[in-house]
Design a protein around this ligand. Structure first.
Ligand SMILES: NC(=O)c1ccc[n+]([C@@H]2O[C@H](COP(=O)([O-])OP(=O)(O)OC[C@H]3O[C@@H](n4cnc5c(N)ncnc54)[C@H](OP(=O)(O)O)[C@@H]3O)[C@@H](O)[C@H]2O)c1
Length: 268
């Protein structure tokens, strides 16, 4: 058998940045997991529009990226006008959208589910579930982006709290369970051109999760077989894989990122 020359060797996507030429929107990306995902997508060759409510931290985050690689658009992910502005700006700047990362998520309450304030429940559903769905709908409906025609990848942020009862944050877990079913349903509905997947992390060290580990990190991480909590970069690596053509045959999947917590019988 004769050996292949480098020119003849099959391409496995490792010779050049695997997201070169792709564009993305990452919601809730001024810090934490969203910012780490944006950094990773840009490092792999993509151009990224980052969003968050507060303009100051968003601008600060945008300033660290190489010139021409990011757009920063302040607004609420659950606001239809903001969504339209973001997508119009992406269409104008880059003419295409390949990757949507629905990362913005909230949990404004802590306590027993049976005592939950219905207003807080509505807020959680508005951002985590309806906001996520509305971004997908808006992207699919945007004529200039032609997301469905061209083909794309949607990535939603779930949580292991969708899969096990999570004391104190029960309704947040319920909202993430809805995100997981929404992910599976959209994966079937938007196939074959658009892939839809979700990442379900356990505790990742961000501002959002601080109350879950601060002052007792060693004790909390002892329940994890890998003996540490997650980092935003742990999530970003998996996000880049799912967004890329390396995951071209992956859709409708929820990938747990939990240092082995759930298989070891732990809970959120
Ligand atoms: N950290 C964890 O342990 C963990 C575990 C599982 C899942 N998750 C999920 O991962 C995602 C990111 O969490 P994180 O830990 O990175 O949180 P984070 O560090 O608190 O960052 C949240 C980001 O979202 C923005 N944001 C919040 N509400 C928004 C809204 N309504 N519209 C637009 N932007 C908004 C925030 O900026 P502004 O405040 O300026 O808007 C910030 O940029 C969430 O969906 C969360 O549920 C996190």
């Amino acid at each position: 058998m004769t050996e292949q020359t480098p020119e003849q060797a099959p391409e496995h996507g490792i010779a050049r940045p695997r997201l070169e030429g792709k564009t993305a929107v990452v919601t809730g990306a001024s810090c934490g997991i969203g910012l780490a995902i944006a950094r990773r997508l840009v490092a792999e060759g993509a151009k990224v529009c980052i969003t968050a409510r507060n303009i100051g931290p968003l601008k600060e985050a945008a300033a660290e990226f190489p010139e021409g690689t990011v757009l920063a658009m302040a607004g609420k992910s659950d606001d239809p006008e903001h969504r339209a502005e973001v997508l119009d700006a992406v269409a104008q700047a880059w003419g295409r959208l390949d990757i949507l990362v629905n990362n913005a998520g909230v949990n404004p309450v802590y306590g027993p589910l049976s005592e939950l304030d219905p207003e807080a429940a509505r807020r959680i559903l508005d951002v985590n579930v309806l906001g996520t769905l509305a971004w997908v709908s808006a992207v699919c409906a945007h004529e200039a982006l032609d997301f469905r025609g061209r083909g794309g990848s949607v990535l939603n942020l779930s949580s292991v709290s969708a899969q096990t009862p999570a004391a104190g944050i029960g309704f947040y877990g319920i909202s993430k369970a809805a995100v997981e079913q929404l992910t599976r349903t959209l994966a079937v509905e938007l196939a074959p051109t658009v892939r839809v997947n979700a990442l379900a992390p356990a505790v990742v060290k961000t501002q959002f999760a601080r109350a879950l580990y601060e002052g007792r990190e060693e004790k909390v991480s002892s329940a994890y077989p890998l003996k540490r909590l997650g980092t935003p970069e742990d999530v970003a690596g998996a996000a880049a894989f799912l967004a890329s053509d390396d995951a071209a045959w992956v859709t409708g999947q929820i990938i747990n990122l939990d240092g082995g917590l759930l298989v070891a019988g732990g809970s959120a």
